[in-house]
Write a protein that binds this ligand. Sequence first.
Ligand code: HEC
Ligand code: HEC
Length: 211
Amino acid sequence: MRLVPTSSGFAFSSLTVLLVMLGAFAVAPAQEEEHPTVAPALARKAATLILARCAVCHTTDLIAQQRLPQDRWTVTVEKMVHWGADLSPDDAALLVRYLAGRNHPGAPDQLPSFEQELATMEPTRAQSATIDGPLTGVAARGAGLFAHNCQACHGEGAIGGAGPKLARNTILKNEGAFWETVLHGRGPMPAWGAVLSHQEIADIHAWLVTR
Ligand code: HEC
Ligand code: HEC
């Protein structure tokens, strides 16, 4: 820094100061917008979707290690949908908000994995609710629901993969254990209470017993 600046040097440094100040004003509100927050129940849904819909092609670590602003997450998620990630526009928008709020450029290097985060999230009351009455599952609907939500881990035709074989699994006869596992998750198995309705779970169950 010059103590007695020449006229050009002075002009240069005041311009620099002005630009830095303008920059600070311009950037501050933008950074706030970069970190949207997602309600806990929606965060559960988002983390579950990442395990079920994104981990089909690559590890969740590839996602967890990124630190991107919201516009880049929008582009990334759009690209993944284009490549085959199975997401509705609403689910894609939720994932962008969740990822931009969590994996932004200012986020710490070490974040818990999506799996760890999901395990520590408290189920909400709605997710803990028990079934109101007997539901009749429709196997024809369950097939598609299984393909979207379960197949990535339980394999095509429910013959098993990263998760156990569900076709002819004795848990299908023990409805209490089936519902407990699917609604609340178990170990690496995500909880589905925030993502699927009870009717949809009943439809999947109905389809599984036909396998
Ligand atoms: C149909 C397969 C497929 C699905 C589903 C998928 N991805 Fe990818 N993804 C890829 C491929 C291929 C690459 C690039 C290859 C690599 O680096 O391993 C990639 C790379 C990435 C990267 C690294 C940065 C980049 O842009 O290359 C991120 C982040 C990512 N995916 C996020 C996601 C998210 C979030 C989802 C769920 C919404 C998802 N992916 C679902 C195939 C997929
Ligand atoms: C991200 C991977 C993943 C997805 C997606 C997934 N599961 Fe699982 N599931 C698992 C794993 C792993 C286990 C074993 C859990 C354990 O260690 O006890 C499991 C266990 C289960 C069990 C208990 C099986 C038994 O023998 O006790 C049921 C039932 C089940 N899953 C149903 C479903 C349904 C229905 C869906 C879709 C709505 C689904 N899962 C989606 C990974 C997954």
